[in-house]
Design a binder for this molecule. Structure first.
Ligand code: SF4
Ligand code: SF4
Length: 247
């Protein structure tokens, strides 16, 4: 699974690192059926950078290819007060933490981040997945109670405020074994059951500690690239074309 966490922004903006292979922090909102509008991902050769910018300004995400093995992900500038921004999560999904705002050219004002070489296949697969969807955004019906994919095989890192919330909610034990474990690097992480389900995930697919659930869970956005990946990885649910292995 891939991971999540709160964002920290500056001019060269940075957010909590995530990783495609090592997915930290997930979260589940465990909400009943909802509809979300998610960005459609399209690939553009650098010659069509204006079209890429128009696609992003209409709500999509663009992968702009500067060379065969060099691509930039372009998305709208995330709002400072929205840790659930889909652009941020598209960056997290590549294990990245930083993005820039373009200051000139067709992409001026838009957020960009270089796609790591080992993540080129990820952005290719996103574009392939979305190739069957028209437009720049897509309305997607989601029912977290029928999914809970992000509550599997994850790594939910507890923040100070989560531990404080546990204490204030009379559940201080949730930050200790067997519910959580301190790793060698000092991070405290929720433990999983042997079948890789979160220990707090109920048979009904609802979160057993919903009222005090950690921030990485409550901030995890439905319909983000991390959510779509979890659904593919755990449930084999693809919101679009099933990607080929040719990437
Ligand atoms: S993976 Fe997405 S749809 Fe599934 S429970 Fe998590 S947020 Fe909801
Ligand atoms: S704490 Fe709740 S929301 Fe978070 S991973 Fe576990 S079951 Fe899911």
């Amino acid at each position: 699974m891939r991971l999540i966490g709160p964002a920290v922004r500056e001019d060269v903006r940075e957010a909590t690192p995530q990783s495609h292979a090592l997915l930290v922090g997930i979260g589940v909102i465990i909400m009943a059926a909802s509809a979300v509008y998610r960005p459609i991902v399209r690939s553009f050769d650098i010659k069509f950078v204006r079209e890429a910018a128009a696609h992003v300004r209409a709500g999509g995400h663009a992968v702009v290819w500067e060379k065969k093995n060099r691509a930039v992900l372009v998305f709208e500038k995330p709002a400072d007060d929205n840790p659930a921004d889909f652009g941020l999560w598209a960056v997290y999904d590549m294990g990245k933490s930083r993005f820039k705002l373009a200051t000139s050219g067709a992409l001026k004002g838009l957020a960009t981040t270089l796609v790591p070489r080992d993540c080129l296949w990820i952005v290719k697969r996103r574009a392939e997945r979305d190739s069957i969807h028209p437009g720049s955004t897509r309305k997607m019906a989601i029912d977290c109670t029928k999914c809970a994919a992000c509550c599997h095989d994850n790594e939910v890192v507890l923040l100070e405020e989560d531990i404080e919330r546990f204490k204030n909610g009379g559940r201080a034990e949730l930050a200790k074994p067997p519910y959580a474990k301190r790793h060698k690097d000092g991070r405290i992480i929720l433990t999983l059951l042997p079948n890789k389900r979160c220990r707090h995930l109920q048979r009904s697919n609802r979160c057993g500690i919903y009222e005090v659930r950690p921030n990485p869970c409550s901030e995890f956005p439905m319909g983000s690239e991390c959510c779509l990946y979890a659904r593919e990885d755990v449930l084999n649910l693809h919101d679009g074309l099933v990607p080929t292995d040719s990437n």
